[in-house]
Design a protein around this ligand. Structure first.
Ligand SMILES: Cc1ncc(C[n+]2csc(CCOP(=O)(O)OP(=O)(O)O)c2C)c(N)n1
Ligand SMILES: [Mg+2]
Length: 621
């Protein structure tokens, strides 16, 4: 058997049935091996970055590692962004590149290049993967694949990179002679007694607390433990807040869901978190996008617990938020122990009530719902006297009209804020985006990957900005080639909206390179037409419902241009590094917060500078 055949057989055993690749001579042997394997198919996107994003989307939905394959040199360097994306969002994926024949490689680092398309890819991928390795000996193939798989999927998951020279790919091996990898040597055992002890502390604190909250992040979805978490929440009757990655964990129709938090906090407006006296962060590293720049003002009266699988994030010296109790554990075991301890606690078995606080937090979610505000005041949007679509109104209707098993994939920029504010998910729906690395152009490719990873029970819906869609627009042809009925909504404001609003605040209103100056997007309807994909424009409020319905019921792929010309009021948001996250621009939340107050308002924080055209009715203070 050739090494290439062995590699495919390995992935087949791991229930991986699609590999995303762009051809090159350096992977010729690997691609040829597909002719001898019946179970795995290759998918041909038009760019290696897109292949990497597809592998990520596939992995997130199918819950097996994704695999992206490229040729040496430029093919491999094109996958760098995708590997980094997986690294920062902890997604297990294999990035594999072919490499030139070992005998033509440069003999020393000082020699820049010998072989055609020779590049030191192992070094390039090292800081953005959990493991980066060239296979120099065909006999190592089993060991290296098993080791890579173990590393990608265990502990805090993440991508791995393997560089496989063409001569190694075609070497004949005898399977029975291959050395295996013994994962036991590398496995990390958690200290169960320590975890249990800390959970017991927490339960004690919980009964003392008046305003406990859970802050839930994407780690729960990665470990597929949402059900266990929900069981615990139902017993504790505790208000739950989610981060952007946690949108996919606790859905909007869950009874204890009280909103989304952070510098762009959604429904609930961060009030529950900021007022809490006991916070437990689960599956989240609680980044600056949650806390804002004024970290000490974050949940400032709360005793803070955190559980994380990444031991470095629990070290005080590296911690942004100073947590009082740090628990090192994987979530499966953590939830198991938590449930065991809850069962033992008699106070829970009696009719346990903690209704006042829950009612209050749910009330804030309703009262400070972004959508309610839009709809009560003005669901329409016009620019220079002409009506366009208010993307918040669009998002609300899309949530409403979507099917029970639909999968949403979002891009970065203004779209991530819109989704965070206004996409309300139902129980069995899924949503994913790219939060740590946040490259534009992720969603369209990742949605295609998600389609291949899905059971095809629901639709796959991509929500992207115009800027994001331009990066990887070539994959429209992949929809045609594989008959993928993807529904793509481009929130087309014809600008780089989020960065334009950043400029407004930070550069005294001066605007450069974000459109209309410097950035002008193409006509997406014509582009879709040229590829032969159905295209539709939604250009005003009254068309939204009818057109979304049409698109969602359409059999094939649709590219929809949601025309929101120059809209970039992504609000509410926190402005300035000193601002505590309860103070959200532009509505009067500071006064509201003081009215709803359990903790002291911060004094003497430096108000951010806002140019006059940004200051609207009811600014801070
Ligand atoms: C690859 C890449 N380049 C640049 C950026 C910086 N950036 C972040 S969001 C953004 C604008 C996004 O524009 P669009 O997709 O149209 O969304 P909008 O903010 O207008 O809703 C830019 C340029 C980025 N995140 N990724
Ligand atoms: Mg835009």
């Amino acid at each position: 058997m050739k090494v290439s055949d062995y590699i495919l057989k390995f992935f087949e055993k791991k229930k991986i049935d699609r590999i995303f690749q762009v051809y090159g001579a350096a992977t010729g042997e690997l691609i040829d091996a597909f002719t001898r394997n019946k179970k795995i198919k290759y998918i041909c996107p038009f760019h290696e970055q897109a292949a990497g994003f597809m592998a990520e989307g596939y992995s997130k939905i199918k819950r097996v590692p994704g695999v992206a394959l490229s040729t040496s040199g430029p093919g491999a360097t094109n996958m760098i962004t995708s590997a980094a994306n997986c690294f920062y969002d902890s997604i297990p994926c294999f990035f594999i590149a072919g490499q030139i024949n070992s005998s033509f490689m440069r003999p020393h680092k000082k020699i820049r290049q010998i072989g055609f398309q020779e590049t030191d890819t192992v070094a390039l991928f090292k800081p953005i993967t959990k493991y980066s390795k060239r296979i120099n000996d065909a006999k190592d193939i089993r060991y290296e694949l098993e080791k890579s798989y173990f590393i990608a999927t265990s502990g805090r998951p993440g991508p791995v990179f393997l560089d496989i020279p063409i001569n190694i790919q075609k070497t004949e091996i005898i399977e029975t002679e291959l050395v295996n990898f013994q994962s036991e040597i590398f496995s990390e055992n958690f200290n169960e007694d320590e975890i249990r002890k800390k959970i017991k502390f927490y339960i004690k604190d919980f009964f003392k607390s008046k305003r406990p909250v859970f802050l839930i992040g994407g780690g729960v979805q990665l470990t597929n433990t949402s059900k266990q978490l929900e069981e615990i929440i139902k017993v504790l009757k505790i208000p739950c807040y989610v981060t952007w990655n946690g949108i996919d964990v606790i859905k909007s129709d869950f009874s204890y869901y009280c909103g989304r938090v952070g510098t762009y906090g959604g429904p609930g407006r961060n009030f529950g978190i900021q007022n809490s006296d006991l916070l437990f962060a689960i599956g989240s590293r609680v980044s600056g996008r949650i806390t804002g720049g004024n970290i000490n003002s974050f949940a400032r009266n709360a005793k803070k617990y955190v559980v994380d699988i990444d031991k470095y994030l629990l070290e005080k010296k590296y911690q942004q938020v100073p947590f009082d109790v740090n628990i090192l554990s994987d979530l499966k075991n953590f939830f198991r122990i938590f449930k065991e301890e809850i069962k033992k606690e008699k106070k829970f078995t009696k009719k346990y009530k903690k209704k006042k606080w829950l009612k209050e937090t749910l009330g804030w979610k309703e009262k400070y719902s972004v959508i309610n505000k839009v709809f009560k005041e003005d669901p329409k949007y016009s620019f220079k006297g002409k009506e366009f679509v208010n993307p918040y109104a669009f998002m609300m209707h899309l949530s409403d009209l979507s099917g029970p098993e639909d999968i949403f994939v979002g891009d970065c920029g203004g779209v991530s804020v819109l989704v965070g504010h206004a996409l309300e998910l139902k129980k069995n729906q899924r949503y994913h985006s790219n939060n740590g690395h946040a490259p534009m152009g992720y969603s369209f490719s990742a949605a295609i990957g998600s389609y291949f990873g899905s059971k095809k029970k629901g639709q796959v819906i991509c929500i992207t900005g115009d800027g994001g869609f331009n990066m990887n627009i070539q994959e429209i042809q992949t929809l045609i080639n594989y008959k993928i009925p993807l529904k793509t909504f481009i929130i087309n404001n014809e600008i780089y909206g989020i960065t334009k609003s950043f400029q407004k605040v930070n550069f005294g209103g001066r605007e450069e390179a974000c459109g209309p100056k410097g950035y002008v997007p193409p006509n997406f309807l014509k582009i879709a037409e040229a590829y032969g994909v159905k295209s539709i424009q939604i250009s005003k409020y009254d068309e939204i419902v009818e057109k979304i319905n049409f698109i969602l019921n359409y059999k094939g792929p649709v590219i929809c241009d949601v025309s929101c010309k120059e809209f970039h009021a992504y609000e509410p948001k926190v402005i300035g590094w000193e601002t505590p996250i309860e103070d959200m621009y532009p509505y009067l939340t500071r006064q509201e917060f003081i009215k709803n107050l359990y903790v002291k308002p911060l004094k003497n924080w430096k108000k951010p500078f806002l140019p006059s055209d940004v200051i609207k009715k009811g600014t801070m203070e």
